[in-house]
Design a binder for this molecule. Structure first.
Ligand code: SF4
Length: 302
């Protein structure tokens, strides 16, 4: 039944014909691919959501300075800053996305959903959604199942990897998973969920992957915050029935086409964009020297 995740139109028809929900179809697929049971799959996702919540908490409470020094407790600074241009909820959303991603950059425990580089987006959006609407963990798990289905189709038609499709494939896909999950959790119908995905992809399209010094820190951490914001805005747009005009499957195809034509220096090679700036190069040299300095003698002799 892998054809189920070849397109959004196919996924919708499959569910309509069988009169099952989007999350139920993802569970069916999981059982088909990896065995297990409905309860086991949901328990696994509940555990994953627990790790996401823990990452948010850790990023907001513990020391978060990366070895390169580029990441330095940014989430806490945003969370606690008294002068705000955002609503309190929005400030929390941004802080939480930063927090979970900073944990990743500081080598902590995260859920790579869909990748470690984009690991702040689902935690930031879902924890904030849960708080605003008083949702249960079980409802969030249903949203995560919808997000998983969205990721399967993007992987099939485009890519989830920065090295293949640029940052649109990582943070863009995570934002698409999040916006679809949000609309589902708030009772949106399938068209609204898929429209949220289409709007998100339109907003993230073309984003290159250019990590400074090859580390998943700059611009990755701040992109998790902006992608979380785009997930929220896309969900709001879709819930209000504002059409993305270009159907979701065509948006994903465009994402694949843009990713395929992107030059390799913009695909995680750290040779273009921000990584290639004077400052980016200087940081890269400094990080390299630091790495050599801390290598044990025997490794240097080899
Ligand atoms: S810039 Fe590259 S490494 Fe960083 S989050 Fe985006 S895709 Fe991942």
């Amino acid at each position: 039944m892998s054809y189920l995740f070849e397109s959004f139109t196919g996924w919708k028809s499959y569910c309509e014909e069988r009169k099952i929900s989007l999350p139920e179809s993802v569970i069916e697929y999981e059982i088909d691919q990896k065995n297990g049971s409905n309860d086991q799959i949901k328990a696994g996702l509940l555990q994953a959501y627990g790790v996401m919540k823990e990452a948010v908490k850790t990023g907001l409470e513990e020391e978060m300075t990366s070895r390169s020094g580029m990441i330095n407790n940014g989430a806490k600074k945003v969370f606690n800053h008294p002068l705000s241009v955002l609503s309190p909820e929005f400030q929390k959303l941004i802080s939480r996305a930063l927090a979970a991603k900073e944990v990743n950059s500081c080598m902590g425990r995260v859920v790579a959903a869909p990748t470690a580089g984009a690991s702040g987006i689902l935690p930031g959006t879902l924890v904030t959604l849960q708080e605003i609407h008083g949702l249960s963990d079980e409802q969030i798990v249903e949203g995560l199942l919808v997000g998983a289905g969205i990721a399967l189709i993007i992987e099939e038609k485009a890519s989830l990897a920065g090295a293949v499709g640029g940052c649109q494939a990582e943070t863009g896909s995570a934002a698409a998973m999040a916006s679809g999950a949000i609309v589902y959790c708030l009772g949106g119908n399938t068209d609204q969920i898929f429209n949220a995905v289409a709007v998100t992809i339109q907003c993230m399209l073309g984003l290159i992957c250019d990590p400074v010094a090859g580390l998943v820190e700059v611009p990755c951490v701040v992109r998790n915050a902006s992608a979380a914001a785009i997930a929220f805005s896309s969900a709001q747009i879709a819930l209000a029935n504002v059409s993305a005009v270009i159907p979701v499957d065509e948006c994903v195809e465009a994402m694949g086409e843009v990713g395929a034509s992107m030059e390799s220096r913009y695909k995680e090679t750290a040779m273009g964009g921000l990584a290639a700036t004077l400052t980016g190069q200087a940081i890269s040299e400094r990080v390299l020297i630091k790495d050599i300095e801390i290598l044990p003698d025997e490794e240097l002799d080899e």
